[in-house]
Design a protein around this ligand. Structure first.
Ligand code: PEP
Ligand code: MG
Length: 312
């Protein structure tokens, strides 16, 4: 029993019946690696590279970038590191990349990949630094673009990655249009990562920076589960890297919807690992079906929990 308990608290992510669900960490740079390792992360599912670019008037040099990326990659020699290209704009403004003009609604403006298409030199430098950082390492480097809306944008990003020698391009699914047409995007890239924070913001039209709208910024909204489902069923690996992945009950529901990996802030890993280890894939599927059949976020939460008896 002791070994089982230890396995439950540190081993790789899996359901009770052995369905593997890699548990990964969200990091902002080398400073977060220690906590990720301490909590048993099997890799990094979201490396938010903005932090390297914050509070400066010029972008970091390619060498500076290589060093930061390599430190994180080296920490997971048997795992994967999913790096997100620069997500500038909206809630992540960067001094050296101001929006091109007045933006009355920055969350709907030039941000993420949209900004990189205006500044292809910045994207090329980042992809080049990533390819250099991964050279000679055993870690699997995956690179994904934020704020992708349609298949044309996914194709643009995949081509940019190919040109830079990056073998595993993917896209974040955080715009409802991309979730609804996930199959189209899946023919352009190798993996998805669902950004439930932005997906919820956009699907519920509730600004994530407005605290008073927290009830609508709730990934338990059945509409969000309806958007996760087509992305998870599009035929390519589909992780979740938004806050939703760190909620033990919702993590089980996401796995029940077909999500293949979960990435979260490191302190959330042990409880999610335990929740998965105590429920079968079938229980997760039943919890997911019950949550989707509910009509409100709180009903969805209650309905799911009724199928997940071993939650703490
Ligand atoms: C998200 O949108 O869910 C996400 C993971 O990215 P961020 O919170 O950095 O926008
Ligand atoms: Mg996002």
């Amino acid at each position: 029993a002791r070994t089982a308990a230890l396995e439950e608290s540190t081993g790789p992510g899996a359901t009770k019946d052995g369905h593997a669900v890699p548990l990964l960490a969200n990091v902002g740079g080398p400073k977060d690696v220690e906590a990720a390792l301490a909590n048993g992360a099997e890799g990094v599912g979201l490396y938010r590279t903005e932090f390297l670019f914050l509070d400066r008037s010029t972008p970091p040099t390619e060498d500076e970038q290589v060093e930061a990326y390599r430190t994180v990659l080296e920490a997971f020699p048997k795992g994967r590191v999913v790096v997100r290209t620069l997500d500038a704009g909206a809630d992540k403004p960067l001094a050296f990349l101001p929006p091109p003009g007045e933006e009355p609604n920055p969350a709907l403006g030039e941000r993420g990949l949209r900004m990189m298409r205006r500044h292809p030199d910045v994207l090329t430098a980042q992809l080049g630094a990533l390819a250099r950082a991964a050279a000679g390492l055993s870690t699997t480097l995956q690179v994904m673009a934020p704020m992708v809306t349609d298949a044309a944008e996914a194709a643009f990003f995949a081509a940019a990655c190919r040109d830079a020698g990056i073998a595993h391009p993917g896209v974040m699914i955080e715009v409802p249009a991309a979730a609804l047409r996930a199959r189209d995007l899946a023919s352009e890239v190798g993996f998805f990562s669902l950004g439930t924070n932005d997906l919820t913001q956009y699907a519920c039209a509730a600004d994530r920076q407005v605290g008073g709208l927290a009830a609508l910024q709730d990934p338990w909204q059945p509409a969000i589960l309806d958007l996760v489902a087509p992305a998870a069923a599009a035929g390519i690996p589909c992780g979740v890297c938004g806050e939703a992945a760190g909620d033990p009950a919702l993590a089980c529901v996401l796995v029940g919807l077909g999500v293949t990996s979960l990435s979260m802030s490191a302190p959330s890993l042990p409880l999610v690992r335990a929740a998965l280890a105590r429920h079968t894939l079938d229980e997760c599927r039943r919890a997911a079906a019950a949550a989707r059949a509910a009509r409100t976020a709180s009903d969805a939460r209650d309905a799911a929990r009724a199928h997940l008896p071993e939650l703490e």
